[in-house]
Write a protein that binds this ligand. Structure first.
Ligand code: HEM
Length: 128
């Protein structure tokens, strides 16, 4: 019985990861392009509390895109350092999800500024 439960868990677990990856872009460039679009949207609406549930969903997509970006190699720089930078960026995006969920819009605005910093730093270290 325990084995059966474990099998169900594994099947659904993989199924979900697989389904999410299927919807994700296949190149770093395409991944970053959508990240850029999502960030623009979130910056524009970060102080609009009435849009917080939509912002939460967009921030959740941002987290998935950052996770997806880890599958690729950077244009320049060390892969291990690149992965560390992505993990930091992902942690910020995860905090952003929580801020929107909890209607903490001032906090969301601050986190978006930190994310813009990660972007600047990431691009200066890993982009041609
Ligand atoms: C929220 C944060 C970020 C945003 C919004 C963002 C956005 C973008 C955008 C719009 C592009 C140009 C895509 C195009 O040419 O169409 C790009 C490219 C790139 N980004 Fe980011 N980025 C972010 C964070 C990072 C981080 C943290 C790293 C590295 C650790 C990184 C590494 C790169 C690289 C290597 C490219 C060049 C990809 C290629 O053309 O093959 N980015 N990014």
């Amino acid at each position: 019985m325990k084995k059966f439960a474990l099998m169900i868990l594994i099947t659904f677990g993989f199924g979900q990861t697989f389904a999410q990856n299927l919807q994700m872009p296949d190149t770093l460039k395409a991944t970053m392009k959508i990240m850029g679009d999502d960030m623009k949207k979130l910056i524009a609406q970060s102080n609009k509390a009435e849009l917080n549930s939509e912002s939460t969903a967009t921030a959740e997509e941002l987290v998935r895109l950052i996770e997806n970006a880890k599958r690729f190699n950077p244009e320049v720089g060390d892969k291990a350092e690149y992965l560390k930078a992505m993990e930091k960026t992902k942690a910020l995006a995860t905090q952003l999800v929580d801020a929107f969920k909890e209607n903490k819009n001032n906090q969301a605005t601050d986190i978006l500024k930190a994310l813009s910093g990660s972007k600047r730093e990431g691009h200066s270290n890993f982009k041609d």
